[in-house]
Design a protein around this ligand. Sequence first.
Ligand code: HEM
Ligand SMILES: *[C@@H]1O[C@H](CO)[C@@H](O)[C@H](O)[C@H]1NC(C)=O
Ligand SMILES: *[C@@H]1O[C@H](CO)[C@@H](O)[C@H](O)[C@H]1NC(C)=O
Ligand SMILES: *[C@@H]1O[C@H](CO)[C@@H](O)[C@H](O)[C@H]1NC(C)=O
Length: 339
Amino acid sequence: MLEEVRRGQKFQLMEFTSNRVSFVFLFWFVFVSPLVRCQLYYNFYDTTCPNLTGIVRYNVWSAMAKDLRIAASLLRLHFHDCFVIGCEASVLLDDTDTLKGEKNALPNKNSLRGFEVIDTIKAALEKACPSTVSCADILTLAAREAVYLSKGPFWSVPLGRRDGTTASESEANNLPSPFEPLENITAKFISKGLEKKDVAVLSGAHTFGFAQCFTFKPRLFNFGGSGKSDPTIDASLLQNLVKLCPNQDDSDTNLAPLDRVTTNTFDNMYYTNIMNNSALLQSDQALLGDSTTASLVNYYRKWTVMFFRDFAVSMEKMGRIGVLTGSQGQIRTNCRAVN
Ligand code: HEM
Ligand SMILES: *[C@@H]1O[C@H](CO)[C@@H](O)[C@H](O)[C@H]1NC(C)=O
Ligand SMILES: *[C@@H]1O[C@H](CO)[C@@H](O)[C@H](O)[C@H]1NC(C)=O
Ligand SMILES: *[C@@H]1O[C@H](CO)[C@@H](O)[C@H](O)[C@H]1NC(C)=O
């Protein structure tokens, strides 16, 4: 008899527990999981760091007052962050005994710039709102400010990214290369959840900033192994580039503007240059060799507003690649090191 009562209680208890489990699961499934899926929020720091935008903008502006090119460098930093693991600030990590960073990867080494600006912004934010704003969000906002302050478009940035605790040098070595055909670059964009259109749109970032001679030298002296220059390159541009980058190794790190017409301005001149056979990188000029991207080039050349609108859309897409949210990752206090 007593035995039966005990068994009954045990049974009731089990039923209660399993009901509660299914209730919690249902609650999570109906109310929480949609939030987990659209993980980023436009007002994420509104109460915890109200002057975030002001602080980022001021520091990007003051870095640009010393060096206009830094705007382009900051935008590229965000791209190289997002395409490796995701937008989780792995690109900022320094090497340690236990962690190999991405700064020595081929596309990054002696090439990426702007780390000190991110450090300055982080220091200002740690004063204003300690342990609150992730380095990944700082990179995303700095990229937006860099474009905006270079006379480009402004767009709202969804926030709430968290910082990763790992890095991948091998994935960084696999970033799109200027020597790859368009199909390969497109495949890399698609593998990140982007599309062919995003290649044409985001490459428009090459409307400002600089590239080292070695990134386009084969076009000047040994195009496709021919021992000759790229026959499509504009004659006057070719002449200038050969002067800037003579055919010897010690010219490899000389700098050429990606857009020789409006070098420091974020506009649609990149697309005009392509139409004029005056793009700097082979991967830029290659956008004319595919009907989808060629028609986008022609469209953006004519319509700045459409380029600006689409650039903002593609930047938001890129800014969502592989983000960490909620309780994933951490908020670094120093962007160069895991806490
Ligand atoms: C589509 C494939 C891409 C390739 C093959 C590529 C390649 C390159 C190369 C080779 C350089 C010169 C680096 C150096 O000489 O040190 C460069 C610079 C730059 N890239 Fe790209 N890039 C690509 C896409 C992007 C994207 C998606 C963005 C940003 C949205 C971007 C933004 C920039 C900027 C702003 C610079 C100038 C940086 C500076 O002056 O410091 N690029 N890119
Ligand atoms: C926000 O930060 C900027 C840059 O430090 C500063 O100039 C501005 O006065 C601040 N605004 C407020 C409301 O604190
Ligand atoms: C392009 O991708 C193909 C297939 O993955 C590969 O075999 C080829 O080596 C790549 N080309 C270049 C120039 O990277
Ligand atoms: C592009 O080429 C056309 C025709 O050669 C020329 O009229 C125009 O000025 C060029 N545009 C720029 C911005 O160089």
